[in-house]
Design a protein around this ligand. Structure first.
Ligand SMILES: NC(=O)C1=CN([C@@H]2O[C@H](COP(=O)(O)OP(=O)(O)OC[C@H]3O[C@@H](n4cnc5c(N)ncnc54)[C@H](O)[C@@H]3O)[C@@H](O)[C@H]2O)C=CC1
Ligand SMILES: O=C([O-])CC(=O)C(=O)O
Length: 328
């Protein structure tokens, strides 16, 4: 018997990530090739954006995806989030050339307060929320705080792009297939301060750290390359990453919904105090997912270099949170 459709809300649906994301959700890449979906798309109440959204919907129709059970266009989050099972909060103001992420904080805080409240009012009580729009961790924190009737654990931020970037850099350096890496993680904020950590990573049972054996490369090449990759793409393309961001969003939601088969993945999730991260801070952690739930991998040894990296990204996140306190 075929499954009942689930509702997937996507904000910023007419933007560049939306354009790389919606077709993959509708084709079953996110929730499985047997799971029909209803897309509930949100754009700002602006004629140009709403027209662009109409065009995207025409293209979705023209794909004749068998799993696409319905498409809705909205300009009000209270309608877009009605009964939604999954919410991908992409819509936000992207960073342009020379712009710092901190500049985006105030503009985006307003958006995520309103959207958190709307989710609280009308979404499924089990809604799984992924925040992509930057600053992603803090926006997820704002949405979570604005939705007191929903479980805090259901609010997550996207660190998967950083994770995937780190995996590719390591594979290129050590000469293994990127899909063979296990036990990689990225701690902290989705920003240049993130701490990508391959101390536990293995390829076919062999330690990646031992394969590379180059702390100077780790500190002075690998970490800055991964941390500044978003800016490098903006400098090259004149636009921020879109296809790779959409791909990471698919990876994040797929693994959360369908399980990671015992493997580690990185998700930005509210801390329960693990690794000394204060409770409630939305932080990148290694997690294992199963049965629609994630579990933070605990008990990993944190050496002095890693502790310094974690402290730095935590301090940045706490600074961002302090900056929005008055809005919550
Ligand atoms: N977490 C991550 O790893 C990454 C995050 N990003 C972030 O994702 C966000 C989206 O990026 P793009 O799609 O490239 O931007 P874009 O500017 O192409 O599209 C954003 C869309 O969101 C819409 N929007 C703005 N405010 C909205 C609201 N309140 N409700 C609904 N829709 C709204 C805009 O009208 C626009 O169509 C940006 O904040 C960007 O910085 C981008 C790459 C990676
Ligand atoms: O850097 C940006 O503004 C876009 C982004 O989050 C990324 O590519 O990681």
């Amino acid at each position: 018997m075929s499954k009942a459709p689930v509702r997937v809300a996507v904000t910023g649906a007419a933007g560049q990530i939306g354009y790389a994301l919606l077709f993959r959700i509708a084709s079953g890449e996110m929730l499985g090739k047997d799971q029909p979906v209803i897309l509930q798309l949100l754009e700002i109440p602006d004629e140009k954006a709403q027209n662009a959204l109409k065009g995207v919907i025409m293209e979705l129709e023209d794909c004749a995806f068998p799993l696409l059970a319905g498409i809705e266009a909205h300009s009000d989050p209270l309608q877009a989030f009605k009964d939604t099972d999954y919410a991908l909060l992409v819509g936000a103001r992207p960073r342009g050339p020379g712009m710092e992420r901190a500049d985006l904080l105030a503009a985006n805080a307003q958006i995520f307060t309103a959207q958190g409240k709307a989710l609280n009012a009308v979404a499924s009580r089990n809604v799984k929320v992924l925040v992509v729009g930057n600053p992603a961790n803090t926006n997820a924190y704002i949405a979570m705080k604005s939705a007191p009737d929903l479980p805090a654990k259901n609010f997550t931020a996207m660190l998967r792009l950083d994770h995937n970037r780190a995996a590719s850099q390591l594979a290129a350096k050590a000469g293994f297939k990127v899909g063979d890496i296990r036990k990689l993680t990225v701690w902290g904020n989705h920003s240049p301060t993130m701490y990508a950590d391959y101390r536990f990573a293995t390829v076919n049972g062999k330690s990646v750290k031992e394969m590379i054996n180059d702390q100077e490369w780790n500190a002075n090449v690998f970490l800055p390359t991964v941390g500044k990759r978003g800016a490098a793409i903006i400098a090259a393309r004149g636009l921020s990453s879109a296809a790779s961001a959409a791909n990471a969003a698919i990876d994040h939601m797929r693994d959360w919904a369908l399980g990671s088969n015992g493997e580690w993945v990185t998700m930005g999730v509210p801390s329960n105090g693990e690794y000394g991260i204060p409770a409630g801070v939305v932080f990148g952690f290694p997690v294992i997912t199963a049965g629609g739930e994630y579990k933070i991998v605990e008990g990993l040894e944190i050496d002095a270099f890693s502790q310094e990296g974690i402290n730095k990204t935590l301090a940045e996140l706490q600074g961002e949170q302090d900056g929005v306190k008055h809005l919550l």
